[in-house]
Design a protein around this ligand. Structure first.
Ligand code: SF4
Ligand code: SF4
Length: 148
């Protein structure tokens, strides 16, 4: 959805989407009729968004957590990790899976970090969640709870 041309503070300096594009797959874009888990028809894998100058508002505004958080290394880049991180309320962190890489978040070092974050934020009524299409699971400090 996003590219380095859009980078502005507080995005991590020198960090770019490059060939990632995973947010152009995992999220629905109502403005274009794109559904969850389908590659956007406007994405050219080699050249990026083919409607870049006219792309919808959600595409213009979105950057994943990897673009903001300098503590997340290259293994956390969505195209490497197999999931996209962002923070829509009430989530402190929402893990949106790539449907073609189910449970990639359970690989280490990821799962241990997600469990630690879930423990650390438990007292603040903030949550770590995992979204797979229409299904969302809360990672609580001692268990996982599927939301309806
Ligand atoms: S319109 Fe462009 S930026 Fe938005 S999802 Fe499609 S390819 Fe990505
Ligand atoms: S998922 Fe993140 S790194 Fe990948 S294209 Fe989207 S904003 Fe860029």
């Amino acid at each position: 959805m996003s590219d380095a041309d859009d980078a502005a503070s507080p995005l991590v300096e020198g960090r770019a989407c490059g060939a990632c594009h995973l947010c152009c797959k995992v999220f629905p874009i109502p403005e274009t009729g794109k559904k969850d888990d389908d590659w956007c028809p406007h994405l050219d894998p080699a050249a990026g968004c083919s409607i870049h100058d006219d792309r919808p508002k959600p595409c213009r505004e979105f950057f994943c957590t990897w673009r903001y958080d300098p503590s997340l290394g290259d293994e956390w880049k969505p195209c490497n990790a197999g999931f996209v991180l962002h923070d829509p309320p009430p989530f402190e962190l929402l893990i949106t899976e790539d449907v073609d890489k189910p449970d990639a978040w359970r690989r280490e070092p990821f799962e241990a970090e997600f469990r630690r974050w879930a423990r650390d934020i438990a007292s603040r009524q903030r949550f770590v969640g995992v979204r797979r299409g229409a299904r969302t699971t809360l990672l609580l400090k001692d268990r996982e709870v599927d939301l309806e």
